[in-house]
Design a protein around this ligand. Structure first.
Ligand code: HMG
Ligand code: MG
Length: 324
């Protein structure tokens, strides 16, 4: 039963690469995306339509990493993957400019309307005021107002909208986050029309205790259907897999992960990447949940991209399997 309903959202090409200091060539990103779909991943984040200035006064070098998203979208549009189930690509769009750029780049030179592309957008808020300011340069309340026309226009255009809420457990600037605040932002995003809200433990501080309390509060006390929530856990403290188990037990069936555990967040000091896709797949399959992801292929991709980036492979499973 579990097998048919578990969805993995591969975020390595976006969350994973956005923090890389050196510019990753567009061809490498495209090769990464193509390899990921050939490994059986069906939901893949492919880039961001964010400001290449943005908050860049403080950190001028990382947002430009996503500046080639238009080229990537163009490539993916004209080379749709042959995966049997098809692939949905998603893109972060924090404001109307991001959405407009996404739509223009999705439709230019084609007679195809944007709703016919299997792609979707994501709007991203925070449960911590300080992180909201640092990440998207506005308060939480302002962000929901800013997202409103974005979600409306996307839905009118036939584009599905995903939501994110960051810092669900704690924030390096504001300290611990109250589950009530997380619930307010999740409900705010669902009210705007998000089909799903991804719960971001951005800095990986959550434990089975705090994650368990939060997800049970959201689902049982606030009545938010588990099917509208996703787990987006970073592995900074080595808790991501066990936190995924807690989320699975609470009824959550969508998990975000990044190949080789790529990633980090420039506005969250010391934060590392997401739970590695290899580790997530190994955990799920070992727990009796079928994922349809090809383990050999994903391990190979993790090894390849880590070498390309000159990074240590952060996946324990990937490292173990490569050593055999
Ligand atoms: P702002 O500076 O307040 O924006 O940034 P603005 O509207 O005042 O515009 C300033 C300039 O940026 C203007 O340029 C705009 O045109 C331009 P100028 O006229 O001065 O030349 N601009 C844009 N350019 C391209 N694309 C756009 C765009 N919007 C404005 N969409 C803004 C506000 C939200 C734009 C900025 O703060 C931003 O881009 N932030 C994004 C930061 C980001 O990408 N963070 C990482 C993703 S979130 C994450 O990783 C967490 C997650 O993984 C979950 C988790 O782990 O918790 C999702
Ligand atoms: Mg993240």
């Amino acid at each position: 039963k579990l097998s048919s309903v578990v969805k993995i959202v591969e975020v390595g090409a976006r969350d994973g690469l956005q923090n890389e200091k050196g510019t990753v060539p567009t061809n490498t990103k495209i090769e990464l995306l193509e390899r990921l779909s050939s490994a059986g991943l069906t939901h893949i984040e492919a880039g961001s339509f964010v400001s290449d200035r943005g908050l860049t006064r403080k950190s001028p070098k990382w947002v430009p990493q996503m500046a080639d998203t238009p080229e990537i979208i163009k490539h993916l549009r004209s080379n749709p993957p042959a995966a049997p189930a098809g692939v949905t690509y998603s893109y972060l769009t924090p404001n109307m400019k991001g959405l407009t750029d996404f739509i223009n780049h999705s439709t230019s030179n084609t007679g195809v309307s944007v709703s016919e592309h299997a792609s979707e957008i994501a709007i991203f808020g925070s449960a911590s005021e300080a992180f909201s300011q640092k990440n998207i340069n506005c308060s939480i309340a302002e962000s929901l107002e800013r997202f409103r026309p974005v979600a409306r226009k996307a839905l009118e255009s036939g584009i599905r909208v995903r939501g994110y809420v960051s810092m669900i457990i704690g924030c390096p600037y504001d300290g611990s986050t109250s589950p009530m605040k997380v619930a307010e932002v999740v409900e705010g995003l669902l009210d705007l029309g998000c089909y799903e809200v991804s719960l971001g433990d951005t800095n990986g501080v959550g434990t089975p205790g705090t994650i368990g309390t939060l997800v049970n509060y959201l689902i049982k006390d606030r009545g938010i259907p588990a099917g509208r929530l996703a787990a987006h856990f970073h592995d900074t403290y080595g808790q991501a897999i066990v936190n995924c188990l807690v989320a699975l037990e609470a009824g959550i069936r969508t998990f975000d992960s990044s190949v080789a555990g790529l990633g980090g967040c420039p506005y969250s000091k010391g934060a590392t990447g997401n739970v590695a896709t290899e580790d997530l797949v190994y955990f799920l399959e070992g727990t009796g949940v079928k994922t349809n992801v090809d383990m050999d292929k994903i391990v190979e991709i993790g090894d390849w991209i880590s070498r390309k980036l000159g990074r240590k492979n952060e996946s324990k499973v990937g490292t173990a399997l490569m050593a055999r």
